[in-house]
Design a protein around this ligand. Structure first.
Ligand code: TRP
Ligand code: ZN
Length: 464
């Protein structure tokens, strides 16, 4: 599902560089080292599209040592002589493509793989990377920690925006979504919890292996792995949807009441946003040093401690907006955070609190004081990667949605929220897709002023 941008036609390059006649078959060229994300130019890779990750991991918490074999099934979207994977730290042992040993080299986060034979455009191939080492935390451009995080009894991974390359090689950009099987072996007594559904759990020779399966497409930043001691609870929500929650025993008491409301929040969200997009749900509550934020990891959001109800609403609604409808690039972050924030406003409005209009008005009047600076940049155009998690993306992003609601009325707005989730279910979308979608849903209405002032405009928009 990745988009790749071809810069140079294959034939020209192979004739010019290889100096051979082109008649005897098309030669591949190297795939790109990034897919030119405006905020993370090295994230992801050009030339192929991963359909499945099979990750087999072992972790020894005492030595902090990870050993892994990652097998990616991918389709070449162009003829390739080489392609890149993103992997940060760790030591690579061996790489094979189609079962044959491949040459490889590394530079920073780029692992370049040269298969023995070029890959044809459209060819499906398997690349296997064996690796090991002590995985590390990654510091985001905004200063927060992600990647592989140690906990008192194990580890926790968080991957937004680029932390997942700290524990497995892949095409680490949200535009390439794939299915996952994650098989993790840990010392007996510990548990490993991840996305999707637990397919099996087997103990032998003092170690337990957990197999987690994620069938619906997942962006790699939403993959997670939590290793440690957890209080596990399994139940079902409406329609038999499996619920699996894993809670750090120290957070158990504090989490109980709010996690008990998960089915209620899901029921509400399904009414507002349409059918839940995945085959299971739940939560992970775990404490890692220096982590003060939650993340909408697919199926099972991670909370850094007992969540409050508003945070639970926020992360669950991300399952529709972010996890199922995933940004095409990191520029489109407001499509995640603006929607999840607006869901908080809707929840409050429908549960006896402030109306969304009151929340909007309070922000309009006091936004520059309440938050770092609501008017410092527009949600559709963050100035750089360090600003992706700030109020203009979250709250002002939500204000864009409220302006759409004001323009079309409550009923049409509800249809737009559900319709947008349905139109791009399990896919990717960008900001231009959203504005086009809204315009198409309300023919004859002019949204230009909303986009210009609220979505893309610098400074504080005129009072509505
Ligand atoms: N998406 C997370 C949330 O639920 C917050 C977050 C984590 C984030 N990492 C990020 C936001 C990186 C922007 C950039 O709100
Ligand atoms: Zn969020």
């Amino acid at each position: 599902m990745a988009r790749s941008v071809r810069l140079v036609p294959v034939l020209l390059v192979c004739c010019a560089l290889a100096g051979t006649a082109c008649g005897g078959g098309v030669h591949g060229t190297p795939g790109g080292s990034g897919i030119r994300d405006p905020y993370f130019p090295k994230a992801g890779n050009g030339g192929y599209d991963v359909t499945h990750y099979d990750l087999r991991l072992g972790y020894a918490p005492d030595a902090h040592r990870l050993t892994g074999t990652a097998t990616l099934t991918a389709r070449a979207t162009e003829a390739l002589s080489a392609f890149n994977l993103d992997l940060l730290g760790l030591e690579v042992g061996k790489v094979t493509v189609g079962g044959e040993t491949a040459r490889w080299n590394r530079a920073g986060q780029e692992l370049t793989v040269r298969p023995r034979e070029d890959l044809d455009e459209g060819e499906t191939f398997r690349v296997t990377v064996s690796y090991s080492g002590v995985p590390e935390a990654v510091t985001d451009p905004d200063g927060s920690q992600e990647g592989w995080l140690r906990t008192t009894d194990g580890a926790l991974t968080l991957g937004e925006p680029v932390g997942s390359m700290a524990w497995f090689p892949g095409n680490h950009h949200p535009s390439d979504k794939a299915a996952y099987d994650l098989t993790v072996t840990v010392p007996r007594g510990l548990r490993a919890v991840s996305n999707g559904e637990l397919r099996s759990e087997t103990t032998a020779r003092g170690r337990t292996t957990f197999h987690w399966h994620t069938a619906e497409p997942m962006a790699s930043y939403l993959a997670t792995l939590a290793i440690g001691h957890y209080d596990i609870s399994r139940s079902t929500a409406g329609n038999g949807l499996p619920v699996y929650t894993a809670v750090d025993p120290a957070e158990k008491e504090g989490s109980r009441a709010v996690l008990a409301r998960l089915p209620e929040v899901l029921r509400w969200a399904e009414r507002r946003f349409g059918p839940y997009p995945f085959s299971s749900t739940g939560a992970i509550v775990d404490r890692a040093a220096d982590i003060g934020y939650a993340l909408e990891t697919q199926n099972r959001p991670v909370f850094p401690g007992a969540p409050d109800l508003t945070l639970l609403v926020h992360e669950l609604v991300h399952q529709w907006y972010g996890d199922s409808v995933t940004p095409e690039s990191w520029r489109d972050m407001w499509l995640n955070e603006g929607f999840a924030t607006y869901a908080e406003w809707l929840w409050e409005e429908e549960h006896g609190g402030k109306t969304a209009q009151e929340t909007f008005d309070a922000l309009y009047d006091h936004g520059e004081k309440t938050y770092e600076d609501l008017w410092s940049f527009p949600p559709g155009k963050p100035p750089d990667a360090a600003h992706l998690s700030e109020a203009p993306v979250y709250q002002r992003g939500a204000m864009v949605l409220h302006k759409v609601r004001q323009a079309v009325g409550d009923e049409a707005f509800g249809d737009i929220l559900r319709g947008w989730a349905a139109a791009h279910r399990h896919g990717n979308a960008d900001t231009a897709d959203f504005t086009a979608y809204v315009e198409q849903q309300a023919p004859g209405k002019d949204f230009d002023a909303i986009w210009e002032d609220w979505l893309y405009g610098e400074g504080k928009p005129e009072r509505p």
